[in-house]
Design a protein around this ligand. Structure first.
Ligand code: ADP
Length: 673
């Protein structure tokens, strides 16, 4: 039995031992499992991109959170906080300034078990965190796990973006350079929580402060304080940013600048120049009363602000200059004694100045509803239309005298200068008209013409009688007549002929200007007409040889007498203005619907500038050689009027000291006429 008992005991002992070993195995296995889990957990913990820590929140007797202790941190923790060896230490020991709200938040989580996600600044650490915190373990242990990352850079970018948006909005709403500078300096000062902000412009190498925003309790460094800071001015001129963290110790400051900084309580400052095309143009400066470690973000903000301010200020100045020039232009245009208009190609009035409106008795707004062609006197419209068509097609400016009709029906004589306005592709898109009232001048001309008309008419009868008596006298002379009498009578008759011509010229002129030049048109054989007048012309000179070779020509439709008058005049000029004598050529040429007659001389020629003017009334070239030749400047005027009355045209080609070619063209005669 005993044996039996022993064996039972042994068996149960063995069984217990086996159980024990099994239990031991299980524990070992569990330990291994636990170890593996911990390794894995640590690996996981450390492989997190974000910082992670477990803290124990410390409360005072009133259950108020006052501090927390670090129990566990991962490997990213130090990089994200700048805190080394935190384990076992409390936050208050590490950063006594750490804001109370951090303790409050973690205390609440430890007490309530709620988890929380938030973003907050940690000034003492110079960071901005995105945090996820939750309670772990037994609530009694007041442990909180915190997963967090520093988002200061992202925040800085967001803040910069928001600031730049505000800046853009501000700049967009302002168009005055001074207001822009004031607004920007205020904005930048507030954004950086600084105490002063300057915007300066560079003039002759000097940084001149344009806007100076200062917190109210600081001394104002009114006039161009940068000129006191040679070192700042130098930096700006060199186009380099200038940064001072602490004026008391900054080695880059010379003594004068240091004292100036201290006097104006600008202890830390940044000045960033705006450099354009390699030259400093302006600069933005920000200063604080206390030392400050400016970071890259703040420098970037000042740089961006300076740049945008400069652009806005330049635009504002350009806008200002434009407004000013517009203002000037407007006052010049409105004070001008000339009427000024802009018309589109169809003639609608797009702009008119005050003078033009008052000249025609309309209001400005009434004129803007009118077409300029409606203002032109009926008889002048066709002439005007032709000239305007040339302006549109060839872009040539022109001058025209014409009559305009006033609102009250009265008439105004104007001299208009019309110039094209081109679009970007060089096409004429509109025209400007400068219109001068010449009614008074026209009235004087009319009175003068009237006088000339009356005087020449009154002179015509007696002079014709004198001419007849002279001719009778010459006829009575024979060999017995004393030579002196012959000489005097001949001279007298020559002068009388000149006088008759002169009076006829004056009469013609007054007829032309009075619109009384009438033509007796008939088919004319130019060869016969030219031959006859060449012959007569040749009789008046022995020094010249007039050459005329007949060509086969169509008939022209002309007034024989008037045409003869033109030819006589041109021949007599060719003779007069080639006083040394020589050849004179009379040429004809058939040109399509026209026949051209040219009279060529090799005399003194006409200066280029006078070539168009010689067809004006009473115009004579102001050269000694011309003035030595007698004349009154009416011949060519009458000739051109006669030719134009024939629907022809007349012109000259001439080289001074070489000779002139006067030509006229006449339309050929057609049977149907
Ligand atoms: P007038 O000969 O009486 O002066 P015209 O009207 O015939 O008047 O001519 C105007 C001006 O043109 C002249 O004064 C002269 O200066 C210039 N002129 C005219 N014909 C010639 C010519 N053949 N050669 C040079 N100059 C000329």
């Amino acid at each position: 039995m005993e044996n039996n008992d022993d064996s039972v005991l042994a068996a149960s002992l063995e069984a217990s031992l086996l159980d024990l070993r099994r239990a031991e195995e299980t524990i070992k296995y569990q330990h291994r499992q636990l170890y593996r889990m911990e390794v894995r957990y640590n690996e996981l913990f450390n492989s997190l991109g974000d910082a992670f820590c477990v803290i124990e929140v410390l409360f005072d007797n009133n259950d108020h959170p006052v501090d927390y202790r670090f129990l566990k941190v991962n490997s990213v923790f130090e990089e994200q906080t700048g805190i080394r060896d935190p384990l076992g230490r409390t936050m208050r020991e590490i950063a006594p300034e750490h804001e109370q709200h951090w303790f409050d938040t973690y205390g609440r989580i430890a007490l309530t078990g709620e988890s929380l996600r938030f973003e907050h600044r940690a000034e003492a650490l110079g960071r901005f965190y995105d945090v996820y915190a939750f309670r772990i373990g037994d609530p009694k242990d007041a442990q909180v796990a915190i997963l967090f990352k520093d988002i200061a850079e992202r925040k800085r970018r967001e803040e910069l973006q928001a600031y730049l948006l505000r800046l853009s909005d501000t700049l967009r709403s302002l168009s005055d350079a001074v207001q822009i500078q004031e607004a920007v300096t205020q904005l930048a000062m507030d954004q950086l929580a600084a105490d002063r902000c300057y915007y300066c412009e560079i003039e002759n190498g000097n940084a001149i402060i344009r806007s100076n925003t200062v917190r109210s309790n600081l001394p104002l460094s009114s006039n161009a304080p940068f000129s006191n800071f040679t070192i700042v001015t130098n930096a700006i001129n060199a186009g380099q940013p200038f940064v001072v963290y602490d004026a008391h110790t900054e080695p880059a400051l010379d003594e004068v600048s240091r004292q100036a900084c201290i006097q104006f309580q600008a202890i830390s400052l940044i000045v960033i120049p705006v450099v354009k095309e390699g030259k400093p143009r302006g600069g933005l400066g920000v200063a604080c009363c206390a030392p400050r470690k400016w970071d890259a973000g703040e420098m970037e903000l000042v740089r961006e602000t300076a740049e945008r301010t400069w652009i806005a200020v330049e635009q504002a100045k350009a806008g200002e200059a434009l407004r000013e020039s517009e203002e000037n232009y407007r006052s010049i245009v409105n004070q001008s004694i000339a009427g000024i208009l802009k018309v589109c190609l169809g003639g609608n009035i797009m702009f008119t100045n005050d003078q033009f409106s008052s000249m025609l008795g309309y209001s400005g707004s009434e004129l803007l509803k009118l077409n300029v062609n409606d203002l032109i006197y009926a008889e002048d419209q066709e002439r005007n239309r032709l000239a305007f068509t040339a302006l549109v097609s060839a872009g040539t400016a022109y001058e025209i005298e014409k009559r305009l009709v006033r609102k009250d029906g009265g008439m105004v004589w104007v001299n208009n200068h019309i110039s094209p306005i081109f679009d970007k592709r060089g096409k004429v898109e509109a025209a400007t008209i400068v219109s001068i009232d010449i009614s008074r001048q026209k009235e004087l001309e009319r009175q003068k013409d009237e006088f000339i008309g009356i005087a020449s008419h009154e002179l015509k009868t007696p002079i014709t009688s004198i001419k007849a008596y002279g001719e009778i006298l010459a006829g009575l002379m024979d060999k017995s007549t004393a030579p002196i009498i012959v000489q005097l009578v001949t001279k007298m008759n020559a002068q009388v002929i000149r006088l008759v011509k002169l009076i006829y010229s004056l009469l013609n002129t007054s007829r032309i200007s009075g619109g009384q030049l009438t033509l007796q048109l008939e088919p004319v054989d130019l060869n016969a007409l030219l031959g006859e007048h060449v012959l007569q012309g040749q009789l008046t000179t022995s020094k010249h040889h007039i050459a005329f070779v007949e060509q086969q020509l169509p008939l022209v439709f002309a007034d024989t007498e008037r045409l003869g008058q033109v030819v006589d005049n041109l021949l007599s000029n060719a003779i007069k203005y080639a006083p040394k004598g020589g050849d004179i050529l009379v040429r004809t040429e058939s040109r399509g619907n026209y026949v051209r007659v040219s009279i060529v001389d090799f005399g003194m020629g006409i200066p280029k500038a006078a070539q168009e003017k010689i067809f004006d009334r009473f115009y004579r070239v102001k050269e000694a050689a011309t003035e030595a030749v007698s004349g009154i400047g009416l011949g060519l005027y009458i000739c051109r009027e006669i030719i134009e009355k024939h629907q022809g045209r007349m012109g000259v080609e001439s080289v001074q000291d070489e000779g002139s070619t006067f030509y006229f063209e006449l339309p050929i005669y057609r049977i149907s006429e």
